[in-house]
Design a protein around this ligand. Structure first.
Ligand code: ADE
Length: 239
């Protein structure tokens, strides 16, 4: 079975969007993976096809109705055994480790939130896993879903060349990527570090490792701490 993403959204036309381009787009066109964007509004039952209502207890904005979203989820065929995600800034932060797990499975259902949020009861009743792509707030879950799918798709066999896999390992190992250089040898007076032109593969590897460690130490010391305690990166079950 090919890996597939099923997206529930109020804006199905946003898909595949940028995923129709470059290597992900070629993989999509050649059947290495598939994507289905389903309109949540198709699960509305009233005359106005309404999907949202005012928040209980008052406050601004609108909340996605539990009954409508539940119907949209239940209408997805073959959901058994697939992860059910909902994109949300209050979710567990997405990591490369979780991306790798999702890429290794059958492919997720992804619910995209809009408005002020989603009725909590459908998150609980359908056991949706809330996932955040970072500590900032987007206007909806669609761009977050596209981001998550892109991160998964580039790990699927055949989508990327072999070259890419080594850089994944470097991030999964908890380090930021070392700096890269190419021609010209001199750019605005700046040379390529001499060691990279030495042809000594062992020395180049050691230099890159040291650069990666230094960069990670300065920019993301939290990654170094996490790689020293790999067990801490695993989310507890059912949390
Ligand atoms: N929806 C809005 N903001 C988001 C974020 N940071 N991550 C995931 N989904 C979101």
């Amino acid at each position: 079975m090919t890996w597939r993403a099923t997206v529930l959204t109020l804006f199905p036309d946003m898909f595949p969007g940028p995923l129709g381009f470059s290597l992900a787009g070629r993989g999509l066109a050649t059947g290495l993976w598939s994507l289905e964007a389903r309109d949540i509004r198709d699960a509305a039952t009233d005359r106005h096809r309404s999907v949202d209502d005012t928040p209980a207890g008052g406050g601004p904005g609108m909340v996605l109705r539990a009954d409508v979203l539940a119907r949209a989820i239940d209408a997805v065929p073959d959901l058994e055994g697939r992860p059910r995600l909902v994109m949300s800034p209050r979710g567990r932060p997405l990591t490369q480790a979780r991306v790798a797990e999702l890429a290794a499975g059958p492919g997720p259902l992804i619910v995209c939130g809009r408005f002020e949020g989603i009725d909590q009861r459908v998150i609980d009743a359908r056991q949706l896993e809330e996932v955040s792509i970072g500590d900032y707030v987007l206007s909806g879950g669609e761009i977050a879903a596209l981001t998550l799918i892109d991160a998964c798709v580039r790990l699927l066999p055949g989508v990327m060349g072999k070259l890419e896999s080594s850089t994944d390992e470097s991030f999964s190992a908890g380090l930021l990527e070392y700096p890269q250089y190419t021609r010209p040898q001199l750019f605005e007076g700046l040379p390529i570090p001499e060691i990279l032109l030495s042809g000594d593969h062992a020395k180049v590897a050691a230099w890159r490792r040291a650069e990666a460690e230094q960069l990670t130490q300065t920019r993301r010391p939290d990654l170094l701490a996490a790689s020293r305690h790999p067990v801490c990166q695993k989310p507890p079950k059912n949390a």
